[in-house]
Design a protein around this ligand. Structure first.
Ligand code: AMP
Ligand code: MG
Length: 411
């Protein structure tokens, strides 16, 4: 029987509707700065000091006053009046002298430049002759040039990186306030699914396939900072499914399923969610992808992804990822696309927005994976990005296209 097809929903509308449901988790936790990588900062970080705290030397060499070299009487040779190592204080510079200085050591008051030791000659009387006259300010690192006192060094909603945790450490933070980890219950659906390790490849019954989605879903959830409860493959019975969903809804922010959201499919998750809460089935105008479910079970969000591996993977990256980042209060939800030349042709336009699996080549262009089928997981493992191709658009060799890095989408 042919039912009239519902119009497809543009991806941006689906994302906006989904994000409208993603109330940020209220709880903030303090974690060691060592453990804060990839977590979302819950408050602005304001510096209580300037970094560097003092003007200091960028080189091993000699600190001096440039004006002292302008007087040729001494033959541009200056006696060395003190030695300043990193971590020890400096005395004011005696006029007409130089201070031996090392990288990171504070600049003596009165010195206005550092000459690197390679540009100095130590004389028999231990004074130094400057071979290359410096400009004022040479090899000086200015106090506060990295961070000014009271500056916001990192903002609420930023996702922390190794560099930003180090920046937080540089202003003295050993603990950081971050959003708590979302708790996610993961379900796989489908009677054809078998776990690798349970049945050897040569013993697989006809029609059986290994549950591959569970592996990228769990890994992606973990990368996004989630605590995952993996319910495995839910048994194909209504009562067991409802029981598992009810159980999962009590202690999780999100119940995520793969499979069983296609139109008209026999599946127990959809009716079970409908019975316990509410469910909306969307047909999203993307390829791969399209079927997608959003609903609620008790206090938990419910998201149902399609079963086809690449559809599931792409819809996770385009919709579930921003949803989970939004729960954590992140401000940057979607990576920046960049314009790169296609080194392939895509002569058949599709009415859906397509996400083609591609790889950057050494010539600065993009190669296309030959088989773009939504079941071909190799395309996703091979690719290092996707081309975001608008609906109705063909691509000629050399055309500039929108490239989105998979490394960024998977971060
Ligand atoms: P469905 O969305 O349940 O209609 O599934 C669409 C296709 O994806 C079918 O060929 C399923 O066998 C396959 N599929 C569903 N779930 C998984 C999974 N967890 N791992 C690999 N393939 C799956
Ligand atoms: Mg299925």
């Amino acid at each position: 029987m042919n039912r009239p097809r519902a119009p497809l929903m543009p991806l941006d509308d689906a994302l906006a509707q989904l994000l409208a449901q993603a109330q940020p988790l209220a709880e903030v936790e303090q974690v060691s700065t060592f453990d804060a990588d990839s977590r979302v900062l819950a408050q602005d970080l304001v510096s209580a000091l300037q970094v560097p705290a003092h003007d200091n030397s960028a080189m091993d060499g000699y600190a001096l006053r440039c004006a002292d070299l302008a007087r040729p009487a001494e033959g541009a040779s200056l006696p060395v009046s003190q030695r300043v190592a990193a971590g020890s204080p400096a005395l004011p510079l005696q006029p007409g002298t130089a201070a031996r200085i090392f990288t990171g050591a504070p600049i003596p008051l009165g010195a206005d430049a550092v000459v690197m030791q390679e540009d100095c000659e130590v004389q028999p009387d231990q004074s130094i002759r400057v071979l290359r006259p410096p400009q004022p300010g040479q090899w000086l690192r200015r106090a506060g040039e990295d961070v000014a006192k009271d500056a916001v060094v990192l903002s609420k909603g930023e996702r922390l990186t190794p560099a930003s945790t180090a920046l937080a450490a540089s202003i003295g933070m050993d603990q950081l306030p971050v959003a708590r980890r979302p708790r996610v219950a993961l379900f796989s659906t489908g009677d054809e699914l078998v776990m690798p390790g349970e049945v050897a490849p040569q013993n697989m019954r006809p029609g059986a396939i290994y549950n591959s989605n569970r592996f990228f879903l769990r890994a992606l959830l973990q990368r996004l900072g989630c605590v995952v409860t993996d319910y495995g493959i839910v048994p194909d019975q209504r009562a067991a499914t409802e029981h598992a969903l009810r159980d999962a809804s009590q202690a999780h922010d999100l119940i995520l399923t793969s499979g069983g959201v296609s139109v008209g499919e026999e599946d127990h998750v959809k009716p079970a969610v409908q019975a316990l809460g509410q469910l909306n089935l969307w047909q999203i105008a993307i390829k791969p992808g399209k079927p997608f479910a959003y609903g609620r079970v008790g206090g938990a969000h419910f998201i149902g992804l399609p079963g086809n591996p690449v559809s599931s993977y792409i819809t996770f990256l385009l919709l579930v990822r921003p949803f989970l980042l939004s729960l954590q209060g992140a401000t940057q939800l979607v990576p920046q696309a960049m314009a790169l030349p296609a080194h392939f042709a895509w002569p058949r336009a599709d009415q859906r927005r397509e996400f083609l699996r591609v790889r950057r080549n050494a010539a600065g262009g993009l190669d296309l994976f030959a088989n773009q089928s939504s079941g071909v997981l190799t395309s996703a493992a091979w690719g290092d990005g996707v081309v975001d191709n608008p609906p109705g658009q063909t691509i000629a060799h050399g055309d500039m296209v929108r490239f989105i890095s998979l490394a960024e989408l998977q971060a």
